[in-house]
Design a protein around this ligand. Structure first.
Ligand code: 5GP
Ligand code: SF4
Ligand code: MG
Length: 460
């Protein structure tokens, strides 16, 4: 998901949030929402659909205020429907809060049950609502909201970046490993913004200040910006899939754009898995920076072999394999004039289930390509994610179930190769990373009750 928050008296904070959410739209297309605080109360508007479908000009004009947060939701297997749209409103002793959450709480089921036992009602079965209700529960009359947030952070486990508004203040906090991203930016006229990615600072006219630290809570109000520790920071585990795929290429992390990192991944892949070919093509858009890097390093020309329909959203979200296949063909079409008679290197950012690659290899061969060599700029995805990217269960991950030769044959490709994990590390700035989807080394323990459903038989 994408989250954003702004504190900027005198500015049109609803509209700023709207534009920031549009910049973060790639992080989630299922629902969108904005909550605004005007000094007296908090108003929220949210619905299923893209940001542009949910908000009209009149909607935004009807949301005056000086503090706001927003959310765009990534469609994963969990709860669907309007009730899952965010921000989540809840009331604590007559104070209204709205919470926007990116991430997944692995222990939310147990916490939810405990809250229900205490007669606390729920509208959805989302982890985000559990967080909102816990904050409410721990913020007793007279207590500061920060105390409630800190207590909540000590209870919840997983990867999360949350932004919360009340009528007169903005809060932002991040899980103790820093799995999910959250950055802080400054507006020229004294306001502040927080966002999942720096591309949302750019559109807001904010300059990057720093990341929200793992375990940190910040509060922004008339008193300025206050920072405090919500819980003890743990080993840093920044989600490396942000670098591989999820973040926009023009966003920046640890001083480097994701574009540059992906370009390096492609170049490194060309060193690790060279192949004789006539043309390097990308699977647009996510594969393009890596394909450029591959072409540059290998000296093989880069060309456009696939045309993307800009009006189709991310295809892996479709519920069934058949619809995903349809989705791929709707989204991408081959250019026979470019690929006919050529030996192609087809570079994608990642091969997860293999649905995309198989369809594209077929399309390219139907269009006359003589060879198609599949290159994945990420290592093999062999483990499910539980911290907000929520890649498929292990039985659906092609690399968890097949060896390289089997994958090659399944994809109907002439060769296939994946970047090594060492190679990936060499392309990203030094930091602590979560790499669980490649290595199975989970920074936050997975509840045993998940094992049977999510992992292949025999996982201990
Ligand atoms: P697949 O191999 O699953 O058909 O698709 C791989 C392509 O879709 C890559 O281009 C990658 O950009 C994207 N992708 C596929 N599945 C997922 C997923 O579960 N999560 C994310 N974040 N990206 C995915
Ligand atoms: Fe990111 Fe993979 Fe870790 Fe999930 S398991 S948080 S996708 S690195
Ligand atoms: Mg892609």
């Amino acid at each position: 998901c994408g989250v954003f928050g702004v504190w900027a008296p005198g500015r049109d904070v609803a509209r700023m949030t709207y534009f920031a959410l549009r910049a973060l739209q790639h992080r989630g297309q299922e629902s969108a929402g904005i909550a605004v605080g005007d000094g007296k109360t908090v108003l929220v508007r949210k619905d299923l659909g893209l940001v542009t479908q949910v908000f009209s000009d009149a909607d935004l004009a009807a949301m005056p205020g000086h503090v706001a947060c927003g959310h765009c939701r990534y469609g994963t297997a969990g709860a669907k429907g309007w009730e899952a749209a965010q921000p989540h409103l809840s009331t604590i002793n007559n104070v209204i809060i709205a919470l926007a959450h990116n991430g997944t709480l692995v222990n939310f089921d147990d916490l939810r049950r405990e809250l229900i036992d205490m007669a606390i009602p729920f509208r959805s079965n989302t982890d985000s609502e559990v967080a909102a209700k816990l904050i409410g529960y721990f913020t007793q009359r007279g207590h500061r909201l920060r105390t409630g947030i800190a207590h909540t952070m000590r209870m919840i486990e997983g990867g999360y970046a949350m932004v919360l508004v009340r009528e007169n203040a903005l809060y932002a906090f991040r899980d103790p490993h820093g799995i999910r991203p959250l950055v802080l930016g400054r507006l020229g006229d004294g306001g502040w913004v927080v966002a999942s990615e720096t591309c949302a600072l750019d559109i807001s006219g904010a300059t990057f200040v720093r990341e929200i630290e793992p375990g940190e809570i910040i509060r922004i109000s008339d008193d300025g910006l206050r920072s405090e520790r919500g819980c003890r920071p743990l080993t840093p585990a920044n989600c490396i899939f942000e670098h591989v795929y999820f973040s926009r290429p023009d966003s920046v992390k640890d001083g480097s754009s994701f574009y540059l990192m992906r370009h390096r991944m492609g170049a490194r892949l060309a060193q690790e898995a060279p192949v004789e070919a006539d043309l390097v093509i990308s699977v647009p858009d996510s594969g393009t920076p890596a394909a450029e890097g591959f072409a540059q390093e290998s000296g093989i020309p880069f060309g456009t072999g696939l045309i993307k329909n800009r009006y189709v959203a991310r295809t892996f979200i479709q519920p069934t394999p058949e619809l995903r296949q349809m989705g791929v063909r709707l989204k991408l079409n081959a250019l026979p004039d470019v690929v006919r008679g050529k030996r192609l290197v087809m570079v994608d950012d990642s091969v997860v289930r293999g649905t995309t690659s198989l369809q594209i290899v077929r399309m390219l061969k139907e269009a006359g390509a003589t060879e198609v060599h599949v290159r994945s700029a990420s290592p093999m995805v062999t483990w499910p994610c539980f911290y907000g990217i929520d890649t498929a269960n292990q039985d659906q991950l092609i690399a968890a179930n097949m060896d390289l030769e089997q994958i090659r044959s399944r994809l109907e490709a002439d060769s296939v190769a994946f970047l090594s994990t060492e190679g990936l590390f060499a392309c990203v700035p030094p930091n602590g990373y979560c790499t669980a989807c490649f290595t199975g080394a989970y920074p936050v323990q997975i509840p045993r009750s998940f094992y049977e459903e999510k992992f292949l038989p025999g996982y201990e």
